[in-house]
Design a protein around this ligand. Structure first.
Ligand code: ZN
Length: 246
């Protein structure tokens, strides 16, 4: 099978070293029968299991792009711009990674395409700036720079869908059926640190033939992830925000 031939893609983002969340999501992905797993960045940062999450995604993900934390962990972005907790977490994460993991993160690209899909962590307008797609203006700008029918992003940790046929709307529902000729930008939310006040892990499915996106939310052992962040000596905020999804 060629990479572009998969019928059902599972797209994950912002795993952030949360192995409990990632394991639950991968179980859910298996239940859906998805053909391929894709990742739009930030496998590491914040959580207690960066290495294990990298191992799992290197094995399972067909295509992965770099997030700012992934590149921060290998000094490819300047972490002086990160907030104090994110910076402390990256410094801790660096100590957990061996040469093999570092080389893998170094080699990730900012943008990848696969069949009809384009993948980027932050924005299609200027991937290297790690901006957010938040305003109607951001959405329009990104549609101008998205060359493919469907673009997947992460970064904000808040799931959201945008489509060219209703350009000023943000779709937050579980399913989005795209009409013919409509292009879409899909923020898949975060596996390991959701910030939309729903603590469940988030990811998206994309059915190529049906041209349909489905957002999935998955319960996981938040308490275990919480405790392991504290045990690791990571910033306590990293743990507490998991409880409320913020
Ligand atoms: Zn992130």
């Amino acid at each position: 099978m060629q990479p572009g031939d998969a019928v059902l893609y599972a797209v994950l983002a912002d795993i952030h070293g949360n192995l409990q969340a990632l394991s639950a999501v991968l179980d859910d992905v298996e239940r859906t029968g998805a053909d391929k797993v894709l990742c739009v960045g930030d496998i590491v940062g914040y959580g207690a299991h960066p290495k294990q999450c990298l191992d799992a995604m290197r094995e399972l993900s067909s295509v992965t792009v770099a997030g700012n934390h992934d590149w921060g962990a290998v000094d490819k972005v300047d972490i002086d711009y990160f907030n104090a907790d994110a910076r402390d977490s990256i410094e801790w994460t660096r100590e957990q990674l061996g040469p093999d993991e570092r080389q893998y993160l170094q080699g990730l690209n900012l943008v990848e395409t696969l069949g009809d899909l384009a993948l980027v962590h932050s924005s299609f307008f200027a991937p290297e700036y790690f901006d957010y797609i938040q305003t109607v203006y951001d959405v329009q700008l990104n549609f101008r720079h998205l060359q493919m029918p469907v673009g997947f992003v992460g970064h904000s940790h808040v799931p959201a869908m945008f489509a060219t046929d209703r350009p000023s709307e943000c779709f937050l529902q579980e399913e989005l059926q795209l009409s013919d000729g409509t292009r879409a930008i899909i923020n898949v939310g975060s596996v390991g640190q959701p910030r939309d006040l729903d603590p469940r892990a988030s990811y998206a499915l994309y059915d190529v033939e049906a041209h349909k996106v489905t957002m999935r939310r998955v319960e996981y052992d938040v308490q275990a992830a919480f405790q392991e962040i504290l045990n690791a000596g990571l910033p306590t905020t990293n743990a507490h925000r998991l409880l409320i999804g913020r």
